[in-house]
Design a protein around this ligand. Structure first.
Ligand SMILES: [Zn+2]
Length: 467
């Protein structure tokens, strides 16, 4: 028998290995079923915050990661308190590019079972939906991230970037989980370039078609303040100038009348330009150059009549808590108020506070910070991750566009952004607005079964394209 060329033998021997190094095909039907089952189990773990009990959730996730051979650690149990934890995992790539982190919070807000039509911790699958507290916010999101990462691992696809998976405790209350993680484990995040978590919605039309995908690149900063006026307590039957309540009320009135300046940040400018195509003239023209439109009284009135648009175009102040006397006939010794200030990400806090003091114009009114102000969040748009999201979005919804709305509420993102990580808010699902409105922090929170598979594949594509 003729001897085989040893090079050919080596080639034939190596061929299947090199083919195996290519991505193995994924059976999406069975992976989607597995994802649905995993999500159902995850929803059955009651991580209502308070108290959180995220340790059970972290153990559940670690069990899955262990079985897949993905290194995972349960962290910060001592720092976060009884039955609480953060979870960290890493799927190794070849290290030629920096890592991408997928972050979700394991805790959920409380549910009132009597107001639900199903048990909020049943993870029930019925009528084409998966039901439970966290089905939208944001256990579903976490499981889509997890299973997309697992799919990449199983397929053997080449990864240039490590994929980091993080489950945080306590996002819904004090963000203690995210803050502790960043403080104690900055080393685990040193090579992370990109991070994806909640913080943006995709907008659907009435027929359920996606109009646009939101990528949250910026969010407002809370800058909560307490106003305190001291006085002299006495009987209400004899009015005195030392009553602190009128001074406080005067200060609050001035604040309520203050029209904070309008200011267009780059992401917001892009957002209005992007959505302008969905409007007819003259609105289309106004939105395509919002800076100019804000000088036109008619355009300005129309734009600012939308409470969200108003909030992303200026620093806002809502008067909320008021404390004077608790008895009609008693002039109190002190009167306080709390105001919810939300600043645009590029604002200087010291400067804003000085302006606020000038507006109040009364040294008897003392201002104190109520909570730690988070670092500003504004991430760049011209990135490989943004392009990967854009590509994956266009493939599934060719008529939709990707834009950059600003989040008016607060998320854990600034905590991570502080480390220099480009941090995006993202949703992998197509959820009608009414469903978000009703379910998120409300009753009968649920996600369509169709969305579970959609979100899984959306994440899978983004993670592949960003390599
Ligand atoms: Zn959330």
């Amino acid at each position: 028998m003729k001897r085989l060329n040893p090079l050919l033998v080596a080639f034939l021997f190596l061929l299947p290995v090199s083919l195996r190094a290519q991505a193995r095909p994924i059976n999406w039907d069975s992976l989607t079923a597995e994802t649905l089952k995993t999500l159902s189990s995850y929803l059955q773990i009651n991580t209502t915050n308070p108290p959180g009990n995220e340790l059970t959730a972290a153990r559940f996730l670690k069990g899955i990661l262990d079985r897949e051979g993905i290194e995972a650690q349960i962290l910060d149990t001592a720092e976060l308190g009884a039955n609480r934890a953060n979870l960290y995992a890493r799927l190794r790539g070849n290290g030629s590019k920096k890592a991408i982190a997928l972050v979700h919070h394991m805790d959920v807000v409380p549910a009132t079972p009597a107001s639900w039509s199903v048990d909020p911790f049943s993870g029930l699958i019925k009528d084409g939906y998966i039901w439970g507290r966290g089905a939208i916010d944001m256990k579903s999101h976490g499981i889509a991230q997890l299973m997309a990462m697992i799919a990449l691992k199983r397929s053997g696809a080449r990864l240039n970037r490590d994929i980091v998976f993080i489950g945080n405790a306590d996002e819904e209350l004090g963000s203690l989980g995210g803050i502790t993680f960043v403080q104690r484990h900055a080393d685990l995040l040193r090579d992370v370039e990109y991070l994806m978590t909640e913080g943006a919605d995709n907008v659907l039309d009435s027929a359920g078609k996606v109009v646009y995908f939101g990528v949250g690149v910026a969010e407002k900063r809370t800058f909560w303040q307490r106003l305190t006026v001291n006085g002299v307590p006495s009987h209400g039957s004899r009015p005195t100038p030392q009553n602190p309540v009128p001074k406080l009320v005067t200060a609050l009135y001035k604040i309520s009348q203050w029209q904070t300046p309008l200011h267009v940040t780059p992401g917001v400018d892009k957002f209005f330009r992007d959505i302008s195509r969905t409007y007819a003239e003259p609105q289309r023209g106004w939105l395509s150059n919002v800076r100019v439109a804000l000088d036109n009284p008619r355009a300005r009135e129309w734009i600012l009549s939308d409470v969200t648009w108003n909030a992303i175009l200026r620093n806002t102040i809502s008067l909320t808590v008021l404390n004077g006397s608790n008895k009609t006939n008693v002039i109190p010794g002190v009167a306080t108020a709390e105001i919810d200030i939300r600043l645009l990400p590029d604002q200087d806090t010291t400067e804003f506070r000085e302006t606020l003091k000038k507006i109040v114009g009364d040294t008897a009114v003392h201002l104190t910070h109520l909570a730690n102000t988070k670092p500003p969040l504004e991430s760049p748009i011209d990135t490989d991750l943004f392009r990967a999201i854009d590509r994956a979005a266009h493939e599934r919804e060719p008529s939709a566009f990707v834009t950059t709305p600003m989040e008016t509420a607060a998320t854990d993102r600034p905590t991570y952004r502080k480390l220099g990580i480009t941090t995006y808010g993202f949703s992998p699902f197509r959820i009608p607005r009414a469903e978000i409105q009703r379910g998120m922090h409300g009753n009968d929170e649920r996600l369509s079964v169709e969305n579970v598979g959609y979100g899984l594949r959306f994440y899978y594509d983004i993670l592949r394209y960003v390599q």
